[in-house]
Design a protein around this ligand. Structure first.
Ligand SMILES: *Cc1c(COP(=O)(O)O)cnc(C)c1O
Length: 349
C-alpha cells in the first residue's frame, strides 16, 4: 500500500481552526452573542417544511439575491451569494487568482485571504503595515507596483479592528486592472463601505457575511456586491447548485427579520467600547476598534494569558502569530464581558 502524495507544501499547512470548547464565555470567533428571535425560527421551520428537497435548488438563488440587492441598495445583476463569505472569497480567487497571478494582502490581516490565495495556486505578495495599521498611499503604490491580479483590503480589519479609508480602496481600483476585494465582514459595526465605488469601478468586489452582525454563523451565508461582469465570472467557477435550498430559505427569512439583528448592534458596540475603556485600567494596551472585537496586548506573554483566561472559563483568540503579543476578544453579552474583565484582572494580578 502506498499513501497518496499531496501537492507540495500542503502538509506544512495546519488546518484552519479556532478551538471550539464548551466554556462559560466563548469570545474567540466574533459571533453575535444573541440568537435571532423565536419568530425567526418559527418562520424558518415553516419554510423548511414546504421545501421540495427532492429537487435541486434555484441555481441562481434569484429570490435571495433580489432580497440582498434590496438590503444593500445594489443592482441584483451585481449581487451574488455563497456559503459564507469565505466561499465567495474562494470563488473570486478561482476566477481572478490562480497560477502565475499575484495576490496582494496587507498584513496583519485575516489569514484566510492568504491561505485561500495559496489553495487556489496564486502567488501571495504581502505588504506589511505598521501600527496603527492604516493602509497609506505609499502602501497602495507599492502594492500596485507588484502588478497584482487581486488585492485584498479588510475593512474593518480583522484582527486589528481599524477600518481602512474608502479612498484607499478607490486608489487601488483606479490604479490598475486588478480585482480589489474588500472584505466587509464587520461593516455593520463601523467604517465606511466601499460598495458605492462599484458603480464607477467595476474592478471592486465587496464581500459581506451573515456570520457576525446577522447572528447566523451556523447557517453559512455570505454575499458579494460587485459589477455584473464579476458576478458572471463567479457563475463560471461556482459548483452547480452551490447554495442549498435550506441556506437560501434561511437567508431570505433572516433578511425579513433584519431589524432584530440590527437592533443588537448598539448593545454589542457598547460592550466593545466598555472593553476599550476597561483594559487600559488593567495596564493592558487595547487598540481602537470599528468592529465587534478588540485586539489587546497584555503585559504578559499572550499564550500564558490565553491559558489563564481559559482556566477561568473565558475563551479568547491568541493572535500572537499575527500581531506580536496580542489577543483578540469578541464583544459578547454584558455578563460575558464582566467575566472576561474579572478573569483578566486575576490573571494579570
Ligand atoms: C468572520 C470573518 C469572515 C466570515 O466568514 P464566513 O465564511 O462568512 O463565516 C470573513 N472575513 C473576515 C475578515 C472575518 O473576520
Amino acid at each position: 500500500m502506498t499513501p497518496a502524495v499531496p501537492r507540495s507544501g500542503l502538509r506544512d499547512l495546519e488546518p484552519y481552526q479556532a478551538p471550539q470548547l464548551e466554556v462559560a464565555a466563548r469570545l474567540n470567533t466574533n459571533e453575535c452573542p444573541y440568537p435571532l428571535p423565536e419568530s425567526f425560527r418559527d418562520e424558518l421551520a415553516g419554510a423548511v417544511r414546504r421545501l421540495e428537497l427532492h429537487r435541486y435548488p434555484d441555481r441562481e438563488a434569484q429570490e435571495l439575491r433580489e432580497a440582498l440587492a434590496k438590503h444593500a441598495g445594489h443592482p441584483v445583476e451585481g449581487t451574488w451569494a455563497g456559503n459564507g463569505s469565505n466561499e465567495v472569497i474562494e470563488q473570486l480567487l478561482l476566477a481572478y487568482g490562480g497560477p502565475g497571478r499575484r495576490v496582494v494582502v496587507f498584513r496583519p490581516t485575516y489569514v484566510l485571504h492568504e491561505r485561500l490565495a495559496w489553495v487556489t495556486h496564486g502567488d501571495v505578495f504581502a505588504s506589511s503595515l505598521d501600527e496603527p495599521w492604516a493602509v497609506s498611499t505609499r502602501d497602495v503604490a507599492q502594492a500596485l507596483a507588484a502588478q497584482p491580479s487581486v488585492v485584498f483590503v479588510c475593512s474593518p480589519n480583522n484582527p486589528t479592528g481599524n477600518a481602512q479609508p474608502v479612498e484607499i480602496v478607490e486608489a487601488l481600483a483606479a490604479g490598475g486592472d486588478s480585482l480589489v476585494v474588500v472584505d466587509e465582514a464587520y461593516i455593520e459595526f463601523g467604517g465606511q463601505s466601499a460598495a458605492g465605488l462599484v458603480a464607477r469601478y467595476p474592478n471592486v468586489a465587496v464581500v459581506r457575511t451573515f456570520s457576525k452582525a446577522f447572528a447566523l454563523a451556523g447557517a453559512r451565508i455570505g454575499y458579494c456586491l460587485a459589477s455584473p461582469e464579476v458576478v458572471d465570472d463567479l457563475r463560471r467557477v461556482r459548483l452547480p447548485y452551490h447554495l442549498s435550498a435550506l441556506t437560501q430559505a434561511a437567508g431570505l427569512i433572516a433578511l425579513r427579520h433584519k431589524e432584530h439583528a440590527l437592533a443588537i448592534l448598539d448593545a454589542v458596540r457598547q460592550e466593545r467600547d466598555r472593553i476599550l475603556v476597561e483594559l487600559p485600567a488593567l495596564e493592558v494596551r487595547a487598540f481602537p476598534s470599528d468592529a465587534n472585537f478588540v485586539l489587546f496586548r497584555p503585559p504578559r506573554p499572550a499564550q500564558e494569558t490565553w491559558r489563564g483566561l481559559l482556566d477561568r472559563g473565558v475563551l479568547v483568540r491568541d493572535m500572537a502569530s499575527v500581531v506580536r503579543g496580542c489577543l483578540r476578544v469578541t464583544a459578547g453579552t454584558p455578563e460575558e464581558v464582566d467575566r472576561f474583565l474579572s478573569a483578566l484582572n486575576e490573571v494579570l494580578r
